[in-house]
Ligand binder design. Structure first.
Ligand code: SAM
Length: 175
């Protein structure tokens, strides 16, 4: 997940990780990378996060919610953020932010009869309809090597800006 985020996004910006669990390893790695490239911040939210963990990321022992202020152009990330998944997506859509979320195996919809796969598909279809025109959705899948069969195939959703096509002027007039 760290490698994917590092490859796909400019990290000289405010990065907010939601749902780190006890050990904020992802946020820590992203912060270490920022220190190498000389820019950005990482803030990690989870009521379970161990505040004593040795890291230069900012650890917030509490839940991320609507009241948390986000800088323009923040990047939201979550590794199996579980029940906060939809809130992250909604917030990112509302503020037109980039995000990267590895979906967990739960069904967080109002329809309990959906399988995990059906729930993921529904979420992806909704997202496709809702992202702004200047962004696009990229889907990657969790590799088996990381977690064994349990997380194999679960989607990782990346929403990011489309690259800008440079406008240029011809050095002569067209007839
Ligand atoms: C399935 S765990 C994943 C933990 C870790 N990222 C991992 O992959 O092992 C989900 C985490 O999300 C946290 N969480 C749920 N809602 C949250 C919220 N609104 N803000 C921050 N963390 C939240 C929970 O406390 C829990 O630690």
């Amino acid at each position: 997940m760290y490698e994917l985020i590092r490859r796909e996004f400019n990290l000289k910006r405010d990065v907010v990780e939601i749902g780190s669990g006890i050990f904020p390893l992802l946020g820590h790695s992203l912060r270490e990378y920022q220190l190498k490239i000389g820019g950005g911040t990482v803030t990690v939210y989870d009521s379970k996060v161990w505040k004593g963990y040795p890291t230069k990321a900012k650890l917030i022992n509490g839940y991320f919610n609507d009241k948390v202020k986000l800088e323009k152009n923040s990047l939201l990330v979550g590794l199996f953020p579980c029940e906060s998944t939809e809130m992250i997506v909604e917030r990112a859509l509302k503020e037109n932010l980039d995000f990267c979320i590895a979906l967990c195996g739960c069904n967080h919809s109002n329809n309990p009869s959906l399988t995990t796969r059906e729930y993921h598909e529904m979420l992806i279809e909704q997202l496709k309809e809702q992202i702004s025109l200047e962004k696009f959705l990229k889907i990657r899948y969790f590799p088996k090597a990381c977690f064994g069969n349990r997380h194999n195939g679960f989607p990782i959703l990346l929403v990011k800006n489309k690259s800008k096509v440079k406008k240029f002027a011809l050095p002569f007039k067209m007839r």
